[in-house]
Design a protein around this ligand. Structure first.
Ligand SMILES: C[S@@+](CC[C@H](N)C(=O)[O-])C[C@H]1O[C@@H](n2cnc3c(N)ncnc32)[C@H](O)[C@@H]1O
Length: 234
C-alpha cells in the first residue's frame, strides 16, 4: 500500500478534524485527507466528494490502492448539499474563498451546533471570516502554515447563530492569539508583511486614481504597529 504523506497544509487541516465523526471532504480531488483520517483511525467512515469526474476517479484510485473502499465512499456532487444528515464533520479545502462560501451558503443544514467545518481558503480569507461571522458561524481556531513559500490559513468553524463583530484588523489577519498559542508568531509577522504589501499596492492604486486612502493608511499604520510589537517579543 502506498504511504500517503500529507503536505503541511493538509496536515494542518487533518489536525483540526474532530475524532470519531463522519467526515465529508468536499472537493476531495486526490482524497488524501479522508484516506489519512481513516488510516490513522481518526474516523471510521468518510465521504470523498467532488464535482469533477477526473478528480473523483483519482480519489477512487487512491482509495482503492489504500484498500479503503469499504470505509470511504466517493460521491460525484456539486458542493455539500447532498450530505444533509449524512456527515457531521466537513472539510472544504484548497478552493477559493468565494467558492467555499458559496458551497456553505447552498447547504443551510450546516447551520447546526453539532456540525464542525474545517475550511482552508486559498484566496479571500478576510471575506470568508466576515461572511462566516455575519451568518452566525464562529471561528474556534485558526492555524497558519507555510508551504512552498506560501502562507495558508486553516479554520475550525462552528455555528451557534450568534452574530459577532470582527474588527477590520482581525478580518484581515485572523486572531493573533491563535498564532501565539501555536508558537507561530514569526509566521504571523510574515503574514502581516504580506498584508501590508497588498495595502501598499491598494494605496498606490487609489492615489493614482485620485481617491481617498485614509482607511487603508490607517489600517497600514495599525498593522505595522502590531508587527513591531510582535517582533519585539520574538
Ligand atoms: C485544488 S483541489 C483541492 C483538493 C483538496 N481538497 C486539497 O485541499 O488538496 C479543488 C477541488 O475542488 C473541486 N471542486 C470545485 N468546485 C467544487 C464544488 N462546487 N463542489 C465540489 N467540488 C468542487 C475541484 O474539482 C477540485 O478537485
Amino acid at each position: 500500500m502506498k504511504k500517503t504523506k500529507l503536505t503541511r497544509r493538509l496536515t494542518a487541516a487533518f489536525a483540526l478534524v474532530r475524532e470519531g465523526r463522519t467526515v465529508a471532504d468536499i472537493g476531495t480531488d486526490h482524497a488524501y485527507l479522508p484516506i489519512a483520517l481513516v488510516k490513522e483511525g481518526k474516523c471510521d467512515h468518510a465521504y470523498a466528494s467532488d464535482v469533477g469526474k477526473g478528480p473523483l476517479e483519482r480519489a477512487k484510485e487512491n482509495i482503492s490502492e489504500a484498500g479503503l473502499e469499504d470505509k470511504i465512499e466517493t460521491v460525484l456532487t456539486d458542493g455539500a448539499a447532498y450530505f444533509d444528515s449524512l456527515a457531521d464533520e466537513f472539510i472544504i479545502a484548497g478552493m477559493g474563498g468565494e467558492l467555499i462560501y458559496r458551497i456553505i451558503s447552498q447547504a443551510p443544514f450546516l447551520k447546526n451546533e453539532s456540525i464542525h467545518m474545517v475550511l482552508q481558503p486559498m484566496t479571500k480569507v478576510p471575506y470568508v471570516r466576515t461572511a462566516l461571522l455575519n451568518d452566525g458561524f464562529y471561528i474556534h481556531k485558526e492555524s497558519l502554515v507555510k508551504e512552498d513559500g506560501k502562507i495558508y490559513t486553516v479554520m475550525s468553524v462552528y455555528w451557534d447563530g450568534k452574530k459577532r463583530e470582527l474588527s477590520p484588523i482581525e478580518a484581515l489577519t485572523g486572531r493573533v492569539e491563535d498564532a501565539v498559542a501555536d508558537g507561530n508568531v514569526r509566521l504571523f509577522c510574515d503574514l502581516l508583511s504580506l498584508i501590508i504589501h497588498d495595502l501598499d499596492n491598494r494605496i498606490y492604486g487609489k492615489r493614482e486614481a485620485g481617491e481617498d486612502t485614509g482607511e487603508e493608511s490607517n489600517l497600514r499604520r495599525q498593522l505595522q504597529e502590531l508587527r513591531r510589537k510582535l517582533n519585539e517579543n520574538i
